[in-house]
Design a protein around this ligand. Structure first.
Ligand code: G6Q
Length: 550
């Protein structure tokens, strides 16, 4: 395919941008009472309102034409058929197989992967049921009360985010903990809350070689053996999730306690696999399967809905409109549900690790910007921190506001109506970002004050809001395993769609690998306290400073 920025479809969008860039959404709403009707989509109880964006019917038409030009429909089919679209690692990207609830065969190298997926699911079911029911016992005969997932990045963020989000569905008898950072503080603070007799460690590492995870796993094993005093007991307290079964067994984990992952499951797309073991233990297998059902619902929608009615596709296209034409480089995820506080971090990895790339599938440098800087925070907390910049900053950040209609939490005497207040703030923010506040509104508001003190007129400009700041609103019935699965899968497909249009491989992560590689070169210098002359003067001096002062 021709470089996307050289296509007629891209040029048409550039021309259209010149026409529309100064239009104000306030006017677009005024001139079209049906703007919401025309600019929202629904997938069962999932409502995606994209009417508060700087788009017209023409914008949508031109963006859809761009997606078609990029061959999105074809690529969508290639993703779902198990083709090795992650060509730099010669791998398929088959997270959709993990939630393929219809069990339709999906082949990689001629082999149907569904029997493998189903086998792992049955292992997850068995272990999670045994732990929850107390059939699985610790070395001294006690039930497991704490599960500690030791993993980082894709082997941590998903399960950690989901266990927080679905806490109301979790067992009251089991506490899930997540240790990711190699900083000893992380493991120490977790172990303080655990008892070796009642703790199960899940060492989650696809490669089983990640420095942080292995260091934490060895330290956890030492902590455990100190109390258990017998290596034999490791089998009651350590399980592994890895595609490197041999390394897991060499660590001392019994073969039957190793859950497998395949090279076609990318780390940041792995919460649907055995990496979700901690989720299944905490919320139960039926609920874990509901997460998969939600993902499957999103998959069916993505693969079959026409592009203009396709939620992930429209999300992706609107994102491209801002990143590539308006030149807005950042994007905020703002969940109005406290349990989704970790969602921005989760999506930050999903998006930035997938699409933070400058080399195209044609091995050349891309000619347009790719993934945005994704950040965010739960509402309403963010309102009292960074929303000032969202309203009046010089950079514009498109936002996704996300909220369930019903909260999973009700205080015993809920006369203070917490959830209505949360909802009111959600609506107020999206509305005010869009509409702004004009000079005449401010003058009107300050009329009496200015009458008393005319010098206050100078302050009018400070209270003006330009508005025209875009956002999507996402509403759904309640935060349940199924709705969460659907939400995550929708974002995965949004990211995929953008990657296709930008002509990049969304499924490798050489930047992560580079970090792992460099750390291994530096560590020996610190361990041996050897004077460093290998690197640049800053790096050498930092190493030598640490060595001289520790
Ligand atoms: C995810 C990335 C990365 C990875 C971690 C952990 O897509 O590849 O975040 O998940 O570096 O890797 P391991 O699971 O191999 O320990």
């Amino acid at each position: 395919m021709a470089e996307i920025t050289k296509t007629a479809e891209w040029r048409a969008l550039e021309n259209h941008f010149k026409d529309i860039k100064n239009s104000h959404m306030r006017d677009l709403f005024m001139s079209d009472p049906e703007r919401f009707d025309k600019n929202h989509l629904q997938l069962n109880d999932f409502l995606f309102d994209f009417s508060k964006n700087r788009i017209t019917d023409e914008t949508k038409k031109l963006l859809i034409a761009l997606a078609e030009k990029a061959g999105l429909q074809d690529w969508r089919g290639r993703l779902f058929s198990g083709e090795k679209i992650n060509f730099t690692e010669n791998r398929a990207a088959l997270h959709i197989a993990l939630r393929n609830r219809a069990n339709k065969p999906i082949k990689v190298d001629g082999e149907d992967v569904m029997p493998l997926v189903n086998h792992e699911l049955s292992k997850i079911r068995k272990l999670s049921e045994e732990i929850r029911s107390g059939v699985w016992k610790g070395f001294s005969g006690k039930k497991i009360k704490s599960i500690v997932n030791i993993g980082i990045g894709g082997s941590d963020l998903g399960p950690s985010m989901v266990c927080d989000a679905l806490r109301p569905f979790g067992s009251e008898d089991i506490s899930p903990y997540f240790v990711s950072n190699v900083d000893a503080a992380d493991l120490s603070q977790t172990l303080e809350k655990c008892d070796p007799e009642t703790t199960l460690f899940i060492v989650a590492s696809k490669t089983f070689s990640t420095q942080e995870t292995m260091t934490n796993a060895f330290s956890a094993r030492d902590w455990f053996i100190k109390k258990a005093k017998n290596n034999e007991f490791i089998k009651n307290h350590f399980v592994a999730i890895s595609s490197n079964e041999k390394a897991a067994e060499d660590f001392g984990i019994h073969a039957e306690n190793v859950f497998v992952l395949w090279d076609w499951v990318g780390g940041r797309y792995s919460m649907w696999s055995s990496i979700g073991l901690s989720i299944a233990i905490f919320i139960g297998m039926e609920n874990f399967e509901q997460i998969l059902e939600g993902g499957y619902e999103a998959d069916n929608h993505f693969i079959s809905a026409p592009l203009e009615e396709n939620i992930p596709v429209m999300m992706a296209l609107i994102g491209i409109w801002y990143i590539n034409f308006f030149n807005f480089s950042t994007f905020a995820v703002l969940p109005y549900d406290h349990c989704l506080a970790k969602l921005p971090s989760y999506l930050q990895q999903a998006d930035m690790e997938s699409n933070g790339k400058f080399i195209g599938r044609d091995n050349k440098k891309v000619c347009q910007k790719t993934g945005p800087i994704l950040w965010g925070e739960a509402g309403t907390n963010g309102q009292h921190a960074f929303y000032q910049l969202l309203h009046q900053g010089t950079q514009i950040t498109p936002c996704d506001f996300i909220m369930p209609l019903h909260s999973n939490y009700k205080l015993a005497d809920d006369k203070n109506d917490h959830h209505k207040i949360l909802q009111a703030n959600f609506i107020a923010q999206t509305q005010s970002l869009m509409i702004g506040k004009s000079i005449s509104d401010v003058e009107n508001e300050m009329k009496n004050e200015i009458m008393d003190n005319p010098s206050l007129k100078n302050l009018v400009s400070h209270r003006i809001f330009e508005g025209n700041r875009p956002s999507n609103s996402i509403l759904f019935e309640s935060l349940s395993p199924k709705s969460l699965g659907r939400l995550i899968a929708i974002y995965e497909h949004k990211i995929f769609t953008q990657g296709i249009i930008w002509n990049i491989n969304s499924f490798d992560q050489w930047g992560v690998e580079y970090g792992k590689q460099i750390a291994k070169l530096v560590l020996p210098k610190l361990e041996s306290k050897q004077h460093s002359e290998t690197f640049d003067s800053s790096t050498n001096n930092l190493i030598n400073y640490i060595n001289n002062n520790t």
